[in-house]
Design a binder for this molecule. Structure first.
Ligand SMILES: [Zn+2]
Length: 190
């Protein structure tokens, strides 16, 4: 039996009791969660997500990259259309984890090898310090003008050794973060 055969059997058990044929496309918690692709940190399991509650985007490290910004901006346009403009904002939660494979990508030699041999630039995915890198990613979202002010962002760190998640950044609107950044710029310029 192949792995796919096994998964289709598992799906059969899911389908037997499936009773939600008319779920709305908008996620129930109005939340997009960005997490690492690591199999140990599956958000449905570790955060107890129910079907239809959260849109989950996963990549190496769970980092805010250019393609993540484009996906989030597209989702905000779709959300606007689906709610006929009634809902401008939603939540973005960033979740990184301990013992992340993306920490290896911080190695300059590996970065050079990937760039020279495969033409792949992984510097946006690299992780050196999760708490600091999460704040960098909050800043990347705040700097992304195509994501609306009403969107909120927060960040958490999941520990693969204990199964516990802790808050790194509380929920704040991008509008507030942008206003605070402008204030800092003015202070620095003055
Ligand atoms: Zn990871």
């Amino acid at each position: 039996m192949s792995i796919q055969d096994d998964l289709i059997v598992r799906n059969g058990r899911f389908a037997e009791t499936f009773d939600k044929p008319n779920m709305p496309a908008l996620p129930g918690l109005r939340t997009v969660l960005l997490a690492c692709a690591d199999a140990r940190v599956d958000p449905a399991h570790v955060l107890g997500l129910e079907l239809g509650e959260v849109i989950v985007i996963r990549n190496t490290g769970g980092r805010v990259t250019r393609s993540v910004i484009e996906e989030v901006a597209t989702l905000s346009v779709l959300s606007n259309i689906l709610t006929e403009g009634r809902e401008q904002g939603f939540n973005i939660i960033l979740m990184q984890h301990t013992q992340c494979g993306a920490q290896r990508l911080a190695n300059p030699e590996l970065q050079a090898t990937l760039k020279d041999n495969l033409g792949i630039d992984v510097t946006d995915y690299a992780i050196t310090d999760q708490a600091r890198d999460l704040m960098v990613d909050v800043g990347r979202l705040a700097a992304a003008r195509e994501v609306p002010d009403a969107v909120t962002v927060s960040a958490m760190l999941y520990d693969v050794a204990t199964g516990s998640a802790e808050e790194i950044a509380p929920m704040q609107s991008l509008g507030n973060l942008r206003a605070a950044a402008r204030e800092t710029d003015v202070l620095q310029a003055g």
